[in-house]
Structure formats: structure tokens, C-alpha cells
Ligand binder design. Sequence first.
Ligand SMILES: [Mn+2]
Length: 234
Amino acid sequence: MRKEGITIYYVMSDLHGHFEEYSEMLSKIRLKDSDSLFILGDICDKGPAPFRIMKDALMRCNVFPIIGDCDYKALRMLSGMQSEKTRSDPKFRARFAAWLSEGGTPTVTEFRALSEEEQTDVLEFIRDEFVAYDEVSAGDTDYVMVHAGLPGFFENKPLDDYSVKELTSSTPDFSREYFADKRLITGHTPTFLLDENSRGRIYRRNGQIGIDAGAAEGEALACLCLDTGEEFYV
Ligand SMILES: [Mn+2]
């Protein structure tokens, strides 16, 4: 039962431009202004409408994005594209071409259709509002949230000591427990790669929660309510 005025926390990840699924999920969970939604990265690339998702998130004050490797790459590539000097650098051009073939094409197409002001807004949104990690307490449980994983983990290692690259491009070891007193939530690795039986579903093991149910691979978009443990799928 929901109590009025109490913040309910939701988590999803790896939207990869799938605005329709994102929108359907918000209706499904009936996200209220007093609720909070964490998006664990990779709004960008592969799918058609990452900036439509961002523009929606920008208008709300209760969506908290964490950066993913695809968001980070999109920011660097799109910022570079806007600079005459960078744009003409052969090294940049090669990286840009590689990015296009790895899922960047729909991101560039949608970006080019934005007004100059909108382009500035979405790049600033990624640069200023996407954090490297986040932490939250819901119910009586503490959660650590990162896009991909915590490589080189040791107990009491400050989260600030991980580089963005580490946090956004690794896979956690689900055969171990990271925190005795916290749960670790990650996206990035579709759950069917972690366990075939979890295809299209949230994967839980050893105090860890893998939340990328594979929306970009034609599986499902998952959303987890941290307060109730309820799982939603689109
Ligand atoms: Mn990723």
C-alpha cells in the first residue's frame, strides 16, 4: 500500500533509445512526482530516441541518471562533432565512424534533428547530471548503483576511487558478495548472458541485482521497485 508523500524508489537501466518502452513503463509503475526513478545508464545508442527520453527526464525533477558507457561515448562523440577542430582530426573521425557502426547511428540521427538549443540542453544534461554512481536506502536496505560493475573491488574501497571507465564497462562477479550490508545493482550486461534462465528477467544472486533484462536485444525492459521488491516488465 502506498502512503501519500512517501518517496518510492524505482530503478531501470539500458533503455538504449527505447522511448516507447520507457513511457509505457512510467505508466505501468504510475510514477508520481513524489517518487524517484534511477536510470542506471545507457539511455543512448542502438535504439531510435535517446534524446526523447532525456527531454522527458529533464522535465521531471525525480529522474536521476547514472552514466553508462554508451552515454559517455555519445557525449564525447557529439561534443567532438560540434567542434570544427576535433571534427577534422583523422583520429576522431576514425573513432566516430567506429561508434556509428557500434550503435551510434540512431543517436546521431536524432541529435541532428534537434534544435541548437535542445542539442546544448541534452549534452549539458549528460555532462552535468549523469553521475558515476549513486546510493540510496529504501525500506531497511541500502543499495549501491552503478552502470556496469566494480572491478578491483575490495572492502571499504571508496566508490570515488573507481574510474568512469571501470564503473561503466565491466561485468560484476555474481558468484561473490560485494557488500555485507548493501546490495549492488548493475545494468550493462543483459541478464540472459548472466543466466539463460533469467532471459528477459531481473537476475538476483549473492546480494547483487542485474537489472538489464535486455530491452536493446529484443527481450524486456525491467523496472524494480526498491521499497517493495516488485518487478515490472514491458
Ligand atoms: Mn553499457
